[in-house]
Write a new protein. Sequence first.
Length: 160
Amino acid sequence: MDGVVIGKVISTFGLEGEIKVLPYLPPKKWRAIARVYFKRKTTGEMVGFEVVRIKQAGKGIALKLKDVQRAQEFVGAKVFAMPQELPKERGEYFAFELEGLEVLTESGKSLGKVNAVVDGRAYSFLEVGEMLIPFTERFVLDVDLTSGKIIVSKDLEEIA
């Protein structure tokens, strides 16, 4: 399974071989990550490292990885995590899980597939064709990752 990009190494940090990462996840999510991965440039193979320590470093996060002596080799690299290792709460979804799912109204009318998840100020939107559906309880009634379907309010039939 492919990894999910969760940050980018922006520099080395401190005197203990740490790396400073621009995080793409909230800091509280990082605290639950036990292993991160980097993709080898030559083969594309994912190589994993155990996270020894995580601490806030300005607007970034400093990571100390087990068995890493030359931190400068990672500067500029993307940081990956395996999807099944990402911490999430009940009812919480990552964009990569929703993209490609079929969107149906509660009466069964297909509105299309999720092209992208767009972040808004108050909440995210599902981009389905030319339509943006607010990802709120009012409009999104059910997400079933197993069947690959999202059920939305029948009120959206009128504007689709």
